[in-house]
Design a protein around this ligand. Structure first.
Ligand SMILES: [Zn+2]
Length: 91
């Protein structure tokens, strides 16, 4: 499946297509899967390590209209496309 606008390919179970941040992705996915999403998250660290990308993937997984599985996102629904283009109020 190709995500239009997102320019990312959806790969089920592929760590949100992130390079690195495995522990963070796993923790965030588990929060969604367990219904334990906190009221706020801080994405901190040095520049250019993928903080924004990780935050956007988390936002997509939280707001996706048709998640293929809990804690994941489809990458193609209206919300996923808006978030990928930074056109959603949450982005
Ligand atoms: Zn979606």
């Amino acid at each position: 499946m190709i995500a239009t606008g997102a320019q990312t390919r959806y790969n089920p179970g592929m760590n949100w297509d992130m390079l690195g941040h495995e522990w963070a992705v796993q923790m965030l996915q588990q929060h969604i899967q367990r219904g334990e999403v906190r009221h706020a998250y801080l994405f901190v660290g040095p520049p250019a390590v993928g903080r924004r990308t990780l935050a956007l993937r988390f936002a997509r997984a939280l707001n996706c209209l048709q998640p293929p599985s809990p804690g994941d996102d489809c990458g193609v629904c209206r919300i996923c496309r808006q978030l990928s283009r930074m056109e959603h109020a949450a982005s």
